[in-house]
Design a protein around this ligand. Structure first.
Ligand code: NAD
Ligand code: MG
Length: 400
């Protein structure tokens, strides 16, 4: 490698599934990347191991008690990483002048403020946290345009679309001949289950994804297909196409990560093994290509690629997301907040699987007049929608 300088990377959500894959890519290329700051909610053991291995300048534990324990552990190990605590410290390390790139891999709305801070500070933003964009699409894209930040999608589908688009796609989709985006979906663990049998599925069944190993929240989202719904909204903001030009194709093998169809009938796809290190390495090294530790795609072993239409009846969350995108305003933020609360309730046994879509639908009906014009307004809308969703969850848990 020639004149590349080392990129200092802040990894928000370093202890999670995407965070760990990011650190794996960083470790493979010490001549290109350095872990500048690592953050987590409260997993001290894993964070201590990461700090000892990567020697970052900063480590943030959102939970202050966890920060105290981490400081003790690092002192004992002779590591002089500076340990910060609290949610404000996430923002500090995301916009720190010495950070070049920021991996936004916190799960849920909690990741919005630091991701937005990185965008406002003009960083190379590696965006895994789709909920941030669903909540704040217009505001986030404005921040990117104003600061000149480089926004690179990590979500495998969006990374695939990005790879299949011309480099100047933001100019005008029609002028570039872009007809539509085809987002592929694995269909999740319940693709072949009947509607009735979905009533009694357990959190562990929902989290057993056939192709990807992920955090529990996104695993449940894959099982309800809300993950694909959030991704439709994410694609709208990233690539500027309306809902009618973003289609979902169920593709159980997860080998085609998504496609772009052009006016001349060409359809460009990005293929690969389902391993998040591919989109992570692509975005981190862009426009270069580097080894991600991912094995070669063996098409003979896969043999068949199949496609199905999504079933909006068994998986109503997908339709709710399209509805929220078409409605505009605060609807997507409400959808996201209600989904986060409903998924948390499902994961700890307070709500049935099919109750997730019911709670979201009821919350969307009730929430009106909320604004998403500023970060403060979004935080307020998110909190109001969560309150309404919690009332809906309570009503269903008492009647179960
Ligand atoms: P995960 O649950 O494995 O990890 C989440 C990380 O966020 C952890 O480091 C955790 O400590 C931190 N965190 C959790 N709550 C927090 C809070 N309130 N404040 C600060 N930090 C907090 O999740 P994941 O699977 O790595 O997913 C991360 C994000 O990436 C999600 O938005 C998900 O939708 C997206 N994503 C994940 C995958 C995947 O394959 N895992 C693929 C595409 C997109
Ligand atoms: Mg995805």
């Amino acid at each position: 490698m020639s004149d590349t300088t080392i990129q200092r990377v802040t990894v928000l959500g370093a202890t999670g599934s995407i965070g760990m894959s990011t650190l794996d890519v960083i470790a493979r290329h010490p001549d290109r990347f350095e872990a500048f700051a690592l953050t987590a909610q409260d997993s001290v053991d894993r964070m201590a191991e990461l700090c000892i291995r990567f020697l970052p300048r900063f480590a943030v534990m959102v939970n202050p008690a966890a920060a105290v324990r981490l400081r003790e552990r690092l002192q004992g190990a002779g590591v002089n990483t500076c340990v910060l605590d609290g949610a404000d410290a996430l923002i500090e390390v995301a916009r720190h002048e010495q950070a070049d790139a920021v991996m936004a891999a916190i799960v849920g709305a909690a990741g919005l403020a630091p991701a937005l801070a990185a965008a406002r500070a003009g960083k190379r933003v590696l965006l895994a946290n789709k909920e941030a964009l669903v909540l704040s699409g217009a505001l986030f894209m404005e921040a990117v345009a104003e600061s000149g930040a480089q926004l690179l999608p990590i979500d495998s589908e969006h990374n695939a679309v990005f790879q299949a688009l011309p480099h100047d796609f933001r100019r005008n989709a029609d002028e570039r001949g872009i007809r539509r985006i085809l987002l592929t979906a694995s269909g999740g663990p319940f693709r072949e289950r009947s509607a009735e049998s979905l009533a009694n599925v357990t959190p562990d069944e929902a989290c057993a994804h056939p192709n990807w190993v992920m955090g529990r929240k996104i695993s449940v989202d894959s099982a309800t297909m809300m993950n694909k719904g959030l991704e439709v909204i994410e694609a709208h903001w990233l690539f500027g196409l309306p809902a009618e030009r973003i289609d979902v194709v169920v593709h159980p093998q997860s080998v085609i990560h998504s496609m772009v169809e052009y006016a001349d009938g060409s359809v460009l796809a990005q293929l690969g093994n389902p391993d998040m290190r591919t989109p992570i390495a692509h975005a981190m090294a862009y426009p270069d290509r580097i080894d991600a530790g991912v094995r070669s795609l063996d098409l003979f072993e896969i043999a068949r690629l199949t496609f199905e239409r999504p079933d909006f009846e068994r998986f109503p969350c997908l339709g709710l997301a399209y509805q929220a995108l078409r409605e505009g305003g605060a609807a997507a933020a409400v959808l996201n907040a209600a989904n986060e609360e409903a998924v948390a309730a499902f994961l700890d046994g307070r709500l049935g699987f099919r109750g997730i879509a019911d709670v979201i639908s009821a919350t969307l009906e009730r929430a009106h007049g909320l604004s998403v014009d500023s970060l403060e307004a979004i935080i307020e809308a998110d909190a109001r929608a969560r309150d309404m969703a919690c009332t809906e969850i309570l009503a269903r848990s008492t009647s179960r």
